[in-house]
Design a protein around this ligand. Structure first.
Ligand SMILES: Nc1ncnc2c1ncn2[C@@H]1O[C@H](COP(=O)(O)OP(=O)(O)OP(=O)(O)O)[C@@H](O)[C@H]1O
Ligand SMILES: [Mg+2]
Ligand SMILES: [Zn+2]
Length: 533
């Protein structure tokens, strides 16, 4: 019968337990010295070795061949405890046996000397689930425990254990297992099983498991059902996540303010069945890494990635001022929260992408602070405003981390277009407010209009939107037209007709829709240009 890999590779001795040396060393010393405690409390996150260590401890205190604190694993006692045939070691799942009666039974039985082993060991898993009555009954026996009894309480939620019980236990905190330790153990399991496991693939599994060994080995198990030659893309496919390269391209699109690129990538990943929620979580993880890379001198221990990726993270982090990274994290966390409440999860992610590529849309304090931080950076680098100069067009960086958007001061500024005789279109000032209202009235249309501008000409609101979907929405969909008119009416109190803006038909007056944006565009930089909005 197939045995799940995480069960097959449950450590048999304290030496095999990875990443918890602070615990295993103490336990071994106590056992080898013949002085185990009467009560232990094992706490820590899921799949980090609590139950595993409880079992090793139960064997080690009873094994007649115990050496250096470890059980031999082969004697009758060790084998009997392993297969559950020795009734002196009892595992209680407190999730289903949490009543006072269960603990009273245990108390009566505990007074008897063990049948075959040296100690009666009670492993109480999920101990935080015990009822108050059960805790009180347990406390009674813990106050004066018989010599031959050892309690091991295991829990992920130590704050739910009463202080009176806590104070009678020797407490051990199991820590999350580091990326290197996880991937080391994964390599060991892969080698034993005859799988080829690429280094970066092991690190991706480790990163996705968030410090839990059970999850890591289970994911390895899943990957091995796809292929015994496990590469980065095997892991990405098995876990339904994207590789680092996609996350790096998405951060480039955000840094270079390229919503089209960001949306195209989300679309392409969606076609490969990548779940938007998972992608959002991965982006949060990625920007968390960028935050670490830009704020810690030696980020290695805090990152789970290849050394080459670490360098890439540092380079990409330079494209973002810290305030902006915090803003991006806020928007993504918010997006993740909203995804839980809607079926349109992809739209939520697309909206977040638009927001991140167009921080001038943000009304959040974090967004405004992020933009001010860019401004400060530019000014500190020696940029100064050019009086009376027309806003320079933003140069697009072809690839890389984006950011260095301003043309150098020597760059030629294209002559203004010759004024046309026909009609004069005036920028429509309250367009952002109209869009904000529209977000509430008609989310899909808002999504299509993100990043758009609007002008007014002779009672007509001319909408300048690059999104090709917009035209069909506005021409063929009565509801869309109504939503915009309603938003305009609510914001301005005016009734305007609607139309698409065609630049060749109108002469436009320069506008100041966003003074900060224009100020930034007017900054002249010294020879060494800096990144800016
Ligand atoms: N520190 C570790 N070293 C090696 N393997 C581990 C470690 N921790 C967990 N494992 C692996 O994960 C599996 C589950 O571990 P265990 O049952 O000890 O976790 P736990 O901490 O009790 O988790 P839970 O809180 O979910 O009960 C083990 O069978 C083993 O394969
Ligand atoms: Mg457990
Ligand atoms: Zn033994």
């Amino acid at each position: 019968m197939y045995q799940a890999l995480y069960r097959k590779y449950r450590p048999k001795t304290f030496e095999d337990v990875v990443g918890q040396e602070h615990i295993t060393t103490t336990l071994k010393n106590e056992i080898a010295g013949g002085k185990p405690s009467h009560a232990y409390l094992f706490t820590g996150s899921r799949g980090t070795g609590k139950t595993t260590c409880s079992k090793i401890l139960a064997k080690a205190v009873n094994c007649p061949n115990q050496a250096g604190g470890n059980p031999c694993g082969v004697c009758d006692i060790c084998r009997g405890i392993e297969d559950g045939s020795i009734l002196d070691v009892v595992e209680i799942d407190a999730a289903s046996n949490n009543g006072v009666d269960n603990i009273r039974d245990l108390r009566d039985e505990a007074n008897f000397t063990p049948a075959v082993a040296k100690y009666r060991v009670y492993i109480i898993d999920e101990a935080h689930m015990l009822s108050t009555g059960a805790f009180n009954a347990l406390l009674k026996i813990m106050e004066e425990p018989p010599e031959h009894v050892i309690f091991i309480l295991a829990t992920t939620e130590v704050h739910k254990i009463p202080a009176t019980v806590l104070s009678r236990c020797q407490r051990f905190d199991f820590k999350r297992i580091s990326g290197d330790e996880l991937s080391g153990r994964l390599q060991y399991v892969a080698q034993q099983e005859g799988f080829a496991l690429a280094e970066d693939a092991a690190l991706l599994i480790a990163r996705l498991s968030d410090g839990g060994m059970r999850d890591a080995i289970s994911l390895l198990d899943l990957c091995s059902s796809y292929s015994h030659d496990i590469t980065l893309s095997t892991v990405a496919d098995a876990a339904g996540v994207v590789g680092q390269d996609h996350l790096f391209s998405l951060d480039e699109a955000i840094a270079s303010r390229d919503p089209a690129q960001a949306l195209a990538q989300i679309e392409a990943l969606g076609e490969r069945s990548v779940d938007p929620e998972r992608l959002c979580e991965q982006l949060i993880g990625h920007f968390r890494d960028l935050m670490i890379a830009s704020s810690v001198a030696d980020p290695g221990p805090l990152l789970t990635c290849m050394p080459s990726e670490q360098e890439q993270l540092k380079t990409h982090a330079k494209a973002f001022p810290m305030g902006e990274i915090l803003y991006i994290l806020t928007v993504l966390q918010d997006c993740l929260g909203r995804m839980a409440k809607t079926t349109l999860r992809k739209t939520e992610l697309e909206m977040a992408a638009i927001r991140l590529c167009s921080p001038q849309l943000s009304t959040l304090p974090e967004g405004i602070l992020a933009r001010l931080e860019r401004l400060e950076r530019a000014l500190t680098a020696g940029a100064f405003p050019q009086a009376g100069q027309a806003p320079a067009p933003l140069a697009k960086e072809p690839a890389g981390c984006g950011g260095e958007d301003l043309p150098s001061p020597t760059a030629e500024i294209p002559p203004p277009p010759t004024p046309k005789e026909e009609k004069v279109a005036v920028p429509f000032g309250p367009w952002q407010q109209v869009l904000e209202r529209l977000e509430q009235l008609n989310g899909a249309l808002y999504g299509a209009l993100c990043g758009s501008n609007a002008y007014e000409c002779e009672g007509v609101l001319l909408i300048d939107c690059k999104n090709p979907m917009f035209l069909s929405l506005i021409r063929d969909n009565d509801y869309s037209r109504k939503s915009i008119r309603q938003a305009v009416m609510e914001v301005t109190g005016r009734k305007l007709r609607l139309g698409p803006y065609k630049p060749e038909q109108y002469q436009t007056k320069p506008s100041q829709p966003d003074p900060l944006e224009d100020f930034l565009n007017n900054l002249s930089l010294p020879q060494e240009s800096v990144e800016i909005l």
